[in-house]
Design a protein around this ligand. Structure first.
Ligand SMILES: [Zn+2]
Length: 279
């Protein structure tokens, strides 16, 4: 009898643990970027990944931590990430990421100030509120680009049930984009600011970091095969007609219909899981 490959004996986890600066990924879901990394990651349960630039910092192997980036142990936020790891290892999360709560908004507010974005003025003008990131997210399948799709546990289960129901009606729904971090959106702003664009200019094209429903892990951009992602033409598809008739049964609602009060363009592809909202 052959020995079981080491990879299969690792505890299987479908949870992304989240902290302010660092994400703790299930190692099998990440692609190694060098042979050295690949050898370590093949034995790892989790990889610590910096949110600002996606760099891999360290891997959790049976003997402990192995650095993947020099100076990883001095990375801002590393103590918080290691505490989170220890916490997750000693306490069963009952397989439900929703029990882990949300991260505080302090760090985001500081970075918005540094950018020169007046959070209160923006909130008043748009009627949007800052959206906290969940402290943990659940793998809800893969998106149309084969990237892991992260959502809260409840949103993920609802999405999978809705997809199955649509398929039974011969409608193919695919995820285009789910959870996105504050750091991801802040990075877009910081790079454009560094190239000399004003905050006002950037806001005409990009949503302000912190105000997207995608940060909360409950929003999903939905597409259907053969359609370009996130285009208004989605409203003419059978998939959109099916969603309009059925999504509310699964707790999904379109966030930005035509002429919405937030001044956000019509987004027929963007749906949020909010089961308590009346359909
Ligand atoms: Zn969206």
């Amino acid at each position: 009898m052959q020995a079981m490959p080491a990879r299969l004996s690792l505890p299987v986890t479908n949870t992304l643990l989240n902290t302010d600066h660092i994400e703790l990924w299930p190692a099998p879901l990440l692609r190694a970027r060098s042979n050295t990394d690949a050898r370590v990651m093949a034995r790892a349960s989790r990889v610590l990944r910096r949110k600002d630039d996606g760099r891999y910092l360290a891997a959790v192997v049976p003997e402990g931590l192995v650095g993947l980036l020099s100076g990883w142990s001095r990375t801002p936020g590393i103590d918080e990430a290691l505490d989170r790891l220890e916490d997750a290892e000693t306490r069963t999360v009952h397989g439900d990421a929703d029990l882990a709560g949300a991260l505080p908004l302090n760090g985001l507010r500081r970075r918005l100030n540094v950018l020169g974005l007046d959070a209160d003025e923006y909130a008043t003008r748009t009627g949007l509120a800052l959206v906290a990131e969940p402290a943990a997210l659940t793998l809800a399948g893969f998106d149309r680009y084969r990237r892991p799709l992260w959502l809260t546990g409840a949103a993920g289960r609802a999405w999978q049930a809705m997809r199955v129901a649509a398929a039974a009606d011969h409608i193919a729904l695919e995820a285009v984009s789910g959870y996105r971090s504050h750091a991801y959106q802040l990075g877009i702003f910081e790079r454009k600011r560094a190239r000399g664009q004003s905050v006002a200019q950037i806001l005409t094209v990009n949503a302000a970091p912190g105000y997207s429903e995608h940060h909360g892990g409950t929003a999903l951009d939905i597409g259907t095969p053969g359609e370009p992602p996130a285009e208004e033409s989605f409203e003419a598809t059978e998939a959109f007609a099916w969603l309009s008739a059925n999504a509310a049964r699964f707790g999904f609602h379109m966030s930005y219909p035509r002429d919405n009060p937030h001044g956000i363009v019509y987004e027929p592809w963007h749906w949020r899981h909010a089961p308590l909202l009346a359909g």
